[in-house]
Design a binder for this molecule. Structure first.
Ligand SMILES: *[C@@H]1O[C@H](CO)[C@@H](O)[C@H](O)[C@H]1NC(C)=O
Ligand SMILES: *[C@@H]1O[C@H](CO)[C@@H](O)[C@H](O)[C@H]1NC(C)=O
Ligand SMILES: *[C@@H]1O[C@H](CO)[C@@H](O)[C@H](O)[C@H]1NC(C)=O
Length: 280
């Protein structure tokens, strides 16, 4: 049986010709997160013009199936041509994901659409989206184990390296972010010190300078080196020390202009500490 016949068997819901298919496609795609891509996918399949809503869901499912099949071919081809073990591992995860999409999610979603069982269709398509989103899943499951989940997720996602990183890679990103924030906070403290006249504030800022010197010169560089070398225990110790130093500064400068960035440094070091602990 040819593929076309097979697909035609899957998408069998027709609407009366009097109905305007274009307006149905239009109004349907308006309710999806990717309007242009939705229009493109549905209009590039001639069957769309005769479909009702479950039929359109089915056409979209076939489009997803075709794309997932192409990607599976691509990834399978790459797998045979690399001798990089970490890339191989990532490719095998992708192959597993695309196989689930093609063999379980897409047929399940298409069948659910045909049977007018939208909830089931939604479950299958959510699973398909989750399968290609394994990097986001790693970020989320990792960040859920830290004390500042939202800051962790936004920090890791804003670094492009996170899309291919393993847990050690995520720890490095957290350390780099903590370093950049500590560096800018330290610059802020130095600037504030230049114009400060209140002896109490001057004393507090000087003590902050000491804290940030140990964060920037010892704690974070050593933590980064330790993650690279696979000695996470050292990274956890250094991150804990950095967190304490940042807290010490924060306690002495409450309600000063740097207390916000000082808290951010403290929280990022806490995130680093938790992620490095996952490597123990
Ligand atoms: C192996 O692949 C990973 C992930 O794509 C990459 O970061 C790393 O640099 C590669 N290693 C070598 C030796 O090419
Ligand atoms: C998905 O694509 C594959 C390969 O082209 C095909 O064998 C399979 O029947 C398709 N499945 C659906 C549900 O359309
Ligand atoms: C740290 O701050 C200095 C400014 O004093 C800047 O030149 C440098 O690029 C910063 N380094 C990092 C890693 O952010």
């Amino acid at each position: 049986m040819s593929l076309l016949v097979l697909e035609a068997l899957f998408c069998f819901a027709f609407i009366p010709l009097s109905h305007s298919a274009d307006s149905l496609i239009e109004s349907t795609c308006q309710q999806t997160p990717y309007y242009d891509f939705c229009i493109y996918t549905l209009q590039s399949d001639p069957r769309s013009s005769t479909m009702d809503l479950p039929g359109l869901a089915c056409v979209a499912g076939n489009g997803l199936n075709d794309t997932a099949t192409d990607n599976l071919d691509l990834v399978s081809g790459l797998l045979g041509s690399t001798n990089n073990a970490s890339l191989d591992k990532a490719l095998k995860v992708c192959i597993g994901s695309y196989n689930t999409i093609i063999k379980v999610d897409v047929p399940g979603a298409i069948e659910a659409a045909q049977r007018n069982n939208p909830n089931l269709g939604i479950d299958y398509t959510r699973d398909a989206a989750k399968q290609v989103d394994t990097s986001n899943t790693l970020i989320e499951t990792t960040c859920e184990k830290t004390p500042f989940v939202d800051l962790c997720i936004s920090t890791l996602k804003s670094d492009p390296r996170s899309s291919t990183a393993d847990v050690a890679g995520l720890a490095i990103i957290a350390a780099d972010s903590a370093y950049a924030k500590a560096n800018s906070t330290s610059n802020q403290i130095a600037a504030l010190l230049k114009s400060a006249t209140d002896p109490k504030l001057i004393k507090a800022l000087n003590s902050c300078i000491d804290s940030y010197n140990s964060i920037l010169r010892v704690d974070l560089p050593v933590a980064i080196l330790a993650i690279d070398k696979g000695t996470p225990k050292v990274a956890v110790e250094r991150a804990t020390d950095a967190e304490n130093e940042a807290q010490k500064c924060e306690d002495s400068v409450t309600s000063s202009p740097i207390s916000g960035s000082s808290k951010a440094v403290h929280d990022l070091c806490g995130i680093l500490q938790s992620i490095a602990s996952l490597l123990l």
